[in-house]
Design a protein around this ligand. Structure first.
Ligand SMILES: [Zn+2]
Length: 188
């Protein structure tokens, strides 16, 4: 609770974290995993990391992943909303982390990319526009005004192995960037 007191006192902006997809919409499936499975686990680990540090809400209890429509409605009610996905491509060589968002979120998107790229040792594809993704998730960006993080390519075995080996480092890296972001009055 000491940590909560430290950061929460500095917190200027509200935070919402969301797991992409849902039980009914598993997203990409590759190398024995579904996107929904990976990002729900990531969101819950991130929540554990953030819990004693800042105030935030998420799209469901532990192990629960609300549908995108619910997440997008919730997202728009917060100053900062971030939804996690895995990327997928027909070529298994495609690699790296990227974010999708409106242009005003590019600086924060690039910070997140830098953090994930360093934690996983994968390429930094950078912050991109909302139509760059592999499938339609515009509701979270357009209606929810949020940022989508494509953590890594589920279709790339090497990306997946780096992720599995470095999950906690990745959680900490993303968590630190988000804590810093909500403690600033406006987005950097
Ligand atoms: Zn997705």
């Amino acid at each position: 609770m000491q940590a909560l007191a430290k950061y929460a006192a500095l917190q200027q902006r509200s935070l919402f974290i969301s797991a992409g997809h849902s039980d009914k919409d598993p997203g990409a499936a590759a190398n024995g995993f579904t996107e929904a499975q990976v990002v729900l686990d990531f969101r819950d680990r991130l929540a554990d990391y953030l819990r004693d540090k800042v105030y935030f809400t998420k799209d469901g209890e532990r192990g629960q992943n609300m549908p995108l429509t619910v997440a997008a409605n919730e997202a728009v009610a917060h100053d900062l909303a971030v939804e996690f996905h895995c990327n997928a491509f027909s070529s298994p060589a495609a690699t790296g982390v990227e974010t999708l968002s409106a242009a005003k979120h590019y600086p924060l998107g690039n910070e997140i990319c830098k953090a994930v790229s360093a934690a996983l040792g994968i390429a930094n594809r950078g912050a991109k526009g909302e139509s760059s993704g592999q499938h339609s998730r515009l509701a979270f960006i357009k209606r929810g005004k949020g940022i989508i993080v494509e953590l890594f390519f589920l279709t790339n075995k090497s990306d997946l192995n780096s992720y599995i080996a470095n999950i906690e480092a990745c959680v900490e890296a993303v968590g630190s960037v988000l804590i810093e972001a909500v403690c600033m009055e406006t987005e950097a």
